[in-house]
Design a protein around this ligand. Structure first.
Ligand code: SAM
Length: 284
């Protein structure tokens, strides 16, 4: 029998994040964190051939993901308004959602703030097609475009230094570490001084990471794993993400681990999800 704390033994590879209740500052016990670290440290990377293949085929695998799931997988991200009120506080905002998927954040936000213009980019053609087919997709209010953030220059579509707010929601986790610096540079050039990046993503020692490492064969690099469908998931430390944006001229306004405990009453077990939530403001 496994010696895992009960809360970590349940299958949790499920990306239907509910996140409707505010999350609490990370409150996972030392014992559970220690256990998570031990499981993760024991795991080893799969063969380089496969690592390279998954990295090379990232956009193809997300394209297939949206062909299969269309707009049925993610819930609308209404919680973003509560956590990042800047999106509704001002008029005439120009915003960018990186890795917008099928628009689960874009469209609710366009509805809430009629004075907002939103760019949405993604490297999955099927996701961009679904955004453009949405009833609310209207010229003058939004523009969706295909872009691999790691290589395609955002300023070809968005004039440099014009964006007030960027939302980065569970997107950088899909990008391998060695490509994050180029990605952050690409984003930084389109943000205006005083503009803000609103970030939420997977954090190290999240139950999903422990689950991956408990079933070897998923680890590509340190804190980077591949799901069954070939899409990748990185787990960030606060230090890593702060350094990434501070090096591109941003000041960290907020960067904290947040925690959600999901209780399965029937099985009397809990799952500890751990995310990072941050705000970075571009210096003048
Ligand atoms: C977990 S989904 C999140 C989608 C959306 N942000 C949301 O919260 O519903 C990650 C998204 O990032 C996109 N993505 C991953 N790597 C990317 C890259 N290098 N350039 C652009 N988009 C990328 C994927 O296609 C996918 O739509």
């Amino acid at each position: 029998m496994s010696d895992a704390p009960e809360s970590l033994t349940i299958a949790i590879e499920n990306r239907k994040e509910q996140l409707e209740e505010p999350l609490k500052p990370a409150a996972i016990s030392e014992e559970k964190l220690q256990y998570a670290k031990e499981v993760i440290d024991k795991d080893t990377s799969i063969k380089p051939f496969w690592v390279n293949k998954y990295k090379k085929e990232a956009s193809k695998n997300w394209h297939k993901f949206y062909q299969r799931n269309e707009n049925r997988f993610y819930k609308d991200r209404h919680w973003i308004e509560r956590e990042f009120p800047a999106f509704t506080e001002k008029k005439n905002l120009r915003c960018l959602e990186i890795g917008c998927g099928v628009g689960n954040f874009m469209f609710p936000m366009l509805e809430k703030n009629p004075h907002l213009f939103m760019y949405g980019c993604d490297f999955a053609q099927s996701a961009i097609d679904l955004v453009k087919a949405h009833d609310m997709y209207k010229q003058g209010r939004c523009e969706a475009f295909l872009c691999d953030l790691t290589i395609d220059d955002l300023s070809q579509t968005i004039p440099a230094g014009t964006i007030d707010l960027v939302s980065s929601i569970f997107v950088l986790s899909a990008i391998p570490s060695e490509k994050l610096e180029a990605t952050a540079k690409n984003i930084a050039q389109v943000v205006k001084p005083g503009g803000m990046i609103c970030f939420r993503d997977y954090a190290i020692f999240d139950a999903a990471q422990v689950k991956f490492s408990s079933n070897p064969g998923h680890m590509l690099d340190n804190n980077l794993y591949v799901r069954q469908d070939g899409t990748m998931s990185h787990f960030f430390s606060a230090e890593q993400i702060k350094a990434l944006f501070e090096n591109e001229g941003f000041e960290t306004v907020e960067c904290e681990y947040v925690h959600r405990e999901t209780i399965n009453r029937l099985m009397a077990i809990s799952i500890d999800r751990r995310f990072l939530q941050c705000k970075f403001v571009k210096k003048a």
